[in-house]
Design a protein around this ligand. Sequence first.
Ligand SMILES: Cc1cc2nc3c(=O)[nH]c(=O)nc-3n(C[C@H](O)[C@H](O)[C@H](O)COP(=O)(O)OP(=O)(O)OC[C@H]3O[C@@H](n4cnc5c(N)ncnc54)[C@H](O)[C@@H]3O)c2cc1C
Length: 262
Amino acid sequence: MFKKQKPHLVIIGNGVAGVTTARRVRERSDMAITIISAESRYHFSRTALMYIYMGHMRFEDTKPFPDWYWEQNRINLVHGFVTEIDTGNKRVRLQDGREITYDKLVIATGSQPNKFGWPGQDLPGVQGLYSLQDLQRLEENTPRIRHAVIVGGGLIGIELAEMLMSRNIPVTFLVRERYFYDIILPQEEAKLISRHILEHGVDLRLSTELKEILPGPDGHVRAVVTSRGEEIACQFVGLTVGVHPNIDVVKTRPSKPTAACW
Ligand SMILES: Cc1cc2nc3c(=O)[nH]c(=O)nc-3n(C[C@H](O)[C@H](O)[C@H](O)COP(=O)(O)OP(=O)(O)OC[C@H]3O[C@@H](n4cnc5c(N)ncnc54)[C@H](O)[C@@H]3O)c2cc1C
């Protein structure tokens, strides 16, 4: 007798949105669930990235669930990057050629760090802080950093400053606002935090923006130029100027199908 297949929920992205969707659906339904994610095989807490760099946690400690959790809850994990969504045929294609069909698709692909077209923004030694791969790049960049510049006075910027200073790297912090975070905080509190940042030895430059990033003879970043016309020598630039939705995958057009393997 023909056994009807369970409907298949596919979730792209194993961040907190993707895994929470999977867990809540599993509580209420018996449908097949697959989470596809490129960054890491297992869900980890992005908010803990800084503690890995600072030596307070290992990557293993940032995983809120033991590795057996997923199999026990019948949540299938696929480690790979989705390059195409073919809504006509209800399937997604991965970079390695695999294709996975779905009945329901959830796109939980998070966000990407902003870059605003500054000259030099893609030079070696210039990066954002979002993903595990960014953390790895930061580790690779660290040995050559004698002075760092961070651009953007938000929470990731201040985290990055703390991270670098935990390795005794001096930091200049370019903040567009009159006081740190005064777009969110009342002015008195923003002033207090700005004072606190300075007292902790960060070279905080308020009302200052990035104009340009300059390469050295080896092609690596050697300095930034600020909106005040000042050149600041550095071997690292952290771009922490917010994020935008990561929706590249929904913009791609489906190409011809290859052999389905799942
Ligand atoms: C350093 C840092 C510190 C933070 N600290 C805090 C904090 O203290 N408190 C707080 O509330 N928030 C914090 N945030 C923000 C918080 O981490 C995010 O809001 C949250 O992670 C968003 O979850 P998400 O599931 O929407 O997306 P994400 O966590 O971005 O997960 C999306 C996943 O989808 C994957 N993906 C994207 N496209 C594809 C594709 N085509 N194929 C396969 N996989 C794909 C990505 O690689 C990623 O792993 C912090 C963020 C950062 C970067």
